[in-house]
Design a protein around this ligand. Structure first.
Ligand code: ADP
Ligand code: MG
Length: 707
C-alpha cells in the first residue's frame, strides 16, 4: 500500500470517536468512561462477545423448547395482562406468523411495550423459545420492524458487552452495532495489514481489513471463526514477540558465569549424604540446569513441580554446583517460617559437610546480622537462606553464582532484577513454583523464563484421598479425626481467612478453636494465624512439628511449604471460599509420610455451579496441572493466583489464554522464528514488525509491564 494511503488509514483510526455520526458529547463520555473507547480505532477493537445467527427465519410450527435463539416474522394479534401479585403484572402479546400462534411475554416494562409495539404491524422477533402452559413463548424478545431489517444482508448479528450505566442512558448493544457499521462504511480505504505477508500467507490468515469487517459483521459462522482466529493470532503473536525480544535482548546484554564443573561439594553430597535415589524427573531437570549453568548465558529457569515432588532437593544440588565452582548461593522464601524450614532442611541434608549456611530474615538482627553480612562479603558464608531481606542494599556477596527463588508468584520481575546487582555479573536464577501453571499461560506470564517440570513424585507416596462433606456431617468427621489421632497421626484444620484483616473471619477461627478444645479434651491443639506475632506463631508451629500437639488450627498461613510428614488429615472448613489452587496447595501439606492421608473439604449445603465443579475436580484428581487447567477455565487468567502479583495484568482484547492454547503455541512458534532469524531485532526485512511492536508498546500500558 502506498505510504500516503497507509497514513490516511492510520489517521482515521486515531480520530476522536466524537466525529463519528451518532456519537455526541454525551455518548462520547459514556464510551470513554465505561468502555475506555475514545477513538475510531478503539471502537474497531471493541469486539463482539457473541453472535447470533440471523440468516434464517423460523416458522412457529418448527419450534422446539431446546432451541437456541431464533427469529420469527409475523404480527401481534392482541395483548393480554395477567396479575402476578400486588402491583406486578405480566404482559402477553399473542403473535402469529399466519401458520401458528405463540406468546411474547414481558414481566416488566408494560408501558414501554404498549407504546412501542402495535397490533397488526409486521415485526421480526428474536429470542430463546420455551414452553409454558402448552404454548411456545419468548420472554423479553428483541423486536425490530420487519421493514427496517434487510434480511439479505443479515448474517450473524454481533452482541457487544454494555454496562449498567450505558443501559440506563439508553445505549445498548444494538446502538454499538450501528455505530460500528457506520464507521466501517466511512473507512473506505482498506485497513493496513499489520502482520508480515509471509505469515499471512503461510498460515492462511484473513487480511486485517477483511478480518476487522468480518468480526463485526460475519456473513456466516465460518467467516466469523476465520476473522476471530486471525485477530486472536495477531494479538498473541505480538505479545510473544515482545516477550522473546526482551529475553533475547537480555541474553545479549548479560553474560552468565560459566560453571563448568559439577564440583567437589555436589559429588560428596551425592555419594555420602543423599539417602535416596533421585527420581527420573529430578535427574532430567538437573541436566537441564547444568547445561544452562555452563552455557555462558545467564540461567533464567522456572522449575515447576507439584507439592512434594522434591524441588527443594533440586534447588540444593543447583546451589552445590555453584559452590563447587567457587561461588556462593542463596535461596529466598516468601515467609520467615519457610525460610527457617529451608534452613533446617538444608542443614540436615548437608550434615557432616563443611559448608557454612546462614539465615537472613527481618528477624536476624544486631551482632548476628553483622556476622552474616561480613561472612557474605568475605565468602565464608557459602549458602544464604532468607526472605526478601536478602534484596536489601547492605546485603552484598563476594561472588553470588546462583539465586533460587521459592514461590515466584509473590515475587515480581523487578525484584528478580534486583538480585542481579548483588554481584559483578547477574547470578543464575532458578525460580521454583508449586502452583502448576498450564503451559500456555506459563509462556505468557513467565515467557522470558525457560521451563523445567518435575512431573513425577518420589516413589512410595500414597495419593491423598479427598472427600467432600457438608457442614451438617461434623459429628462423623470428628469421629474420623479422633480415630486418626489415636493411630498416632496429626491433623490440620484450616479456617478461611481470606484477608487476614477480616475481623469476622478471625472470630470464626477463635470460636472454632474454643469449640474444638471442648470436642477434643483428650488432645492438645495449636493455633496459628497471620495476625499473631512471628515469635508466637513459630512457637505454636514448633509444638505441632515436634508432635507435642495433635491438631493444628490455622488459616492459610500454612499454605506453602510446611512439612510435617506425620500429619495425615487436612480438614478445610468453608471450602467453598477457597480457590482451586489454594485448595490444592493446602492438600499438599498432607501425604508426605508413608501413611494413607485424607483431605476433607467441608462446605455449606448450598453451592454454586462453579464451586460444585471445583470440589468435584479436587475429589477426582491429585494432578496439579489438571487442577491448574481447570482453574484457568473456571476463573479466567485475570483471576488466577499469581498473575496479578507477577505484575502482568491481562488485557487481551480478543484472545483467551485459557481457551486459545493452540493459538498461543502457534504464536510463540512464529515469534520464535522471527527472533531466530533476526536476534537483534534490527533487520530491515522485519522493520514493520519492530515498528508495530513499538507502536503497541507505546499505546498499551500492560505491555510495558512485561518488559
Ligand atoms: P517440594 O519442595 O517440591 O514440595 P520437597 O523438596 O519438600 O518437595 O520434597 C518433599 C519430600 O520428599 C522431602 O521430605 C524430600 O526429602 C523428599 N524427597 C525429595 N526427593 C526425593 C526422592 N527422589 N526420593 C525420595 N524422597 C524424596
Ligand atoms: Mg517445598
Amino acid at each position: 500500500m502506498p505510504n500516503s494511503k497507509l497514513a490516511q488509514a492510520m489517521d482515521i483510526l486515531s480520530q476522536d470517536i466524537m466525529y463519528l455520526p451518532g456519537v455526541g458529547p454525551q455518548r462520547k463520555e459514556l464510551l470513554k468512561k465505561e468502555l475506555e473507547v475514545s477513538t475510531w480505532g478503539g471502537l474497531l477493537e471493541y469486539y463482539p462477545y457473541k453472535y447470533v445467527d440471523r440468516s434464517r427465519i423460523y416458522a412457529i410450527s418448527e419450534l422446539t423448547s431446546d432451541m437456541p435463539f431464533v427469529q420469527i416474522k409475523g404480527h401481534i394479534l392482541s395483548f393480554e395482562e395477567f396479575e402476578m401479585g400486588p402491583r406486578k403484572k405480566r404482559v402477553v402479546a399473542h403473535f402469529t406468523d399466519d401458520h401458528g400462534v405463540m406468546d411474547l411475554v414481558w414481566f416488566s416494562g408494560a408501558q414501554y411495550v404498549y407504546k412501542n409495539y402495535k397490533v397488526g404491524v409486521e415485526y421480526i422477533v428474536f429470542g430463546r423459545p420455551s414452553v409454558f402452559g402448552g404454548r411456545y413463548q419468548i420472554a423479553h424478545p428483541d423486536i425490530d420492524l420487519a421493514k427496517d431489517l434487510q434480511l439479505s444482508e443479515m448474517g450473524m448479528q454481533p452482541y457487544y458487552i454494555t454496562t449498567e450505566r450505558m443501559k440506563k442512558a439508553g445505549m445498548s448493544s444494538r446502538n454499538i452495532e450501528r455505530l460500528v457499521k457506520t464507521m466501517l462504511q466511512k473507512i473506505a480505504t482498506p485497513l493496513p495489514e499489520t502482520l508480515p505477508p509471509f505469515i499471512v500467507e503461510r498460515l492462511h490468515l484473513m487480511s486485517r481489513d477483511e478480518a476487522m469487517r468480518c468480526v463485526h459483521y460475519p456473513r456466516n459462522a465460518m467467516d466469523m471463526k476465520k476473522a476471530r482466529e486471525r485477530l486472536k493470532f495477531e494479538e498473541l503473536f505480538y505479545v510473544q514477540l515482545n516477550i522473546l525480544r526482551y529475553a533475547s535482548d537480555h541474553r545479549r546484554k548479560y553474560r552468565g558465569y560459566i560453571l563448568n564443573k559439577v564440583g567437589q561439594e555436589f559429588n560428596d553430597f551425592y555419594a555420602n549424604n543423599l539417602k535416596f535415589e533421585l527420581t527420573g524427573a529430578q535427574k532430567r531437570v538437573m541436566h537441564e540446569i547444568r547445561d544452562d549453568m555452563r552455557s555462558g548465558r545467564q540461567m533464567n529457569r522456572l522449575l515447576q513441580g507439584d507439592v512434594g515432588s522434591g524441588k527443594t532437593l533440586v534447588a540444593l544440588m543447583t546451589m552445590l554446583i555453584a559452590l563447587g565452582n567457587g561461588y556462593q548461593a542463596c535461596i529466598m522464601a516468601p515467609t520467615e517460617i519457610l525460610a527457617e524450614q529451608h534452613l533446617a532442611t538444608i542443614r540436615e541434608f548437608l550434615d557432616g559437610m563443611d559448608i557454612r549456611t546462614e539465615l537472613l530474615t527481618g528477624m536476624v538482627k544486631g551482632k548476628q546480622r553483622t556476622k552474616v553480612l561480613d561472612g557474605l562479603i568475605s565468602g565464608d558464608v557459602r549458602i544464604l537462606v532468607g526472605t526478601h531481606a536478602i534484596l536489601e542494599d547492605p546485603v552484598r556477596f563476594q561472588r553470588l553464582g546462583v539465586a533460587v527463588i521459592d514461590e515466584q508468584h509473590r515475587f515480581g520481575v523487578a525484584q528478580r532484577a534486583r538480585l542481579w546487582a548483588k554481584s559483578e555479573n547477574p547470578p543464575h536464577i532458578l525460580v521454583m513454583t508449586a502452583t502448576p501453571i498450564p503451559r500456555t499461560l506459563a509462556m505468557t506470564i513467565y515467557g522470558d523464563l525457560d521451563v523445567s517440570v518435575i512431573d513425577e513424585l518420589p516413589p512410595g507416596r500414597k495419593p491423598v484421598q479427598t472427600i467432600h462433606k457438608f457442614d451438617n456431617q461434623m459429628t462423623s468427621l470428628y469421629n474420623g479425626i479422633r480415630q486418626q489421632i489415636r493411630l498416632g497421626r496429626q491433623v490440620y484444620i484450616v479456617y478461611p481467612l481470606i484477608t487476614e484483616s477480616e475481623k469476622s473471619d478471625l472470630k470464626n477461627l477463635e470460636e472454632g478453636y474454643a469449640a474444638l478444645c471442648d470436642i477434643f479434651p483428650e488432645f492438645s491443639i495449636s493455633k496459628v494465624h497471620g495476625r499473631m506475632k512471628s515469635k508466637e506463631k513459630d512457637a505454636e508451629m514448633q509444638k505441632f512439628v515436634s508432635g507435642e500437639t495433635q491438631i493444628l488450627v490455622a488459616t492459610t498461613v500454612i499454605e506453602v511449604g510446611v512439612n510435617v510428614p506425620n500429619a495425615s488429615v487436612m480438614v478445610i472448613l468453608d471450602s467453598q471460599r477457597f480457590g482451586l489452587s489454594q485448595l490444592h496447595q493446602l492438600r499438599g501439606r498432607v501425604g508426605r509420610g508413608a501413611d494413607q492421608s485424607y483431605c476433607i473439604l467441608v462446605t455449606t449445603y448450598k453451592l454454586s455451579d462453579v464451586t460444585r465443579k471445583r470440589i468435584d475436580i479436587m475429589c477426582q484428581t491429585n494432578d496439579g496441572f489438571r487442577i491448574a487447567e481447570a482453574d484457568l477455565k473456571l476463573r479466567g487468567p485475570g483471576d488466577l493466583e499469581g498473575t496479578q502479583q507477577s505484575g502482568i495484568a491481562f488485557d487481551l482484547k480478543i484472545a483467551d489464554i485459557a481457551r486459545d492454547g493452540q493459538l498461543v503455541a502457534l504464536a510463540r512458534q512464529e515469534a520464535q522464528r522471527i527472533i531466530d532469524a533476526d536476534p537483534t531485532c534490527t533487520s530491515s526485512q522485519y522493520a514493520m514488525l519492530w515498528n508495530r511492536l513499538r507502536q503497541l508498546r507505546d499505546t498499551n500500558v500492560n505491555w510495558a509491564a512485561i518488559s
